[in-house]
Write a protein that binds this ligand. Sequence first.
Ligand SMILES: [Zn+2]
Length: 194
Amino acid sequence: MFKKAKRELDRLMLGNQNFVNGTPTEKNMSVETLQKFAFHQAPDAMVLSCSDSRAVPEIIFDCGIGELFVIRVGGIAAGPNVVESIEYGVKKLKLPLLILLGHDDCGVMHYACDAYPNKPEHFESIMNCVCPVFDKYAPIKDNNDFSRKHTFWVEQMLLERSKIIRAAVENKELYIAKCHLDHLTGKVEILDKI
Ligand SMILES: [Zn+2]
């Protein structure tokens, strides 16, 4: 049950440990590696990460070219393009693992928190995805608490908005791991509960 996904998650967490320890492995970052994958890709896992310049999945999980199918968007907001990109990873690439990677000091979370309880003025589609967290998971302690709770909300959104993702999870073909990146340590934490 979720065997492949758990194995992959363990591997990526070991990769994160390498990053934290400052002992990254020699990665496949060369043009030769890209050429090997010139006409196909065979990644091992999906990561939904923030566009934030500090939350870089390949680096923090110690991975090279061709290993991760990455979707990046401000605040890991689960809008239609994001949902469909994940569906592609499930249906076409048959990926067993999706990591939802929230992070500390997220600008999107700051923006939403600063405006609350008013409706934020800009970034409407992203805010529509993010702001329900205020009601769903109150009380919110701080910005990083908001980010962590939002990661749980994103999982709910994906399951509600996509039949493909929901079916894959129900059939144990896809495991969704909720994770959070701590900027001060570089460590990725697996979130078990809100
Ligand atoms: Zn962010």
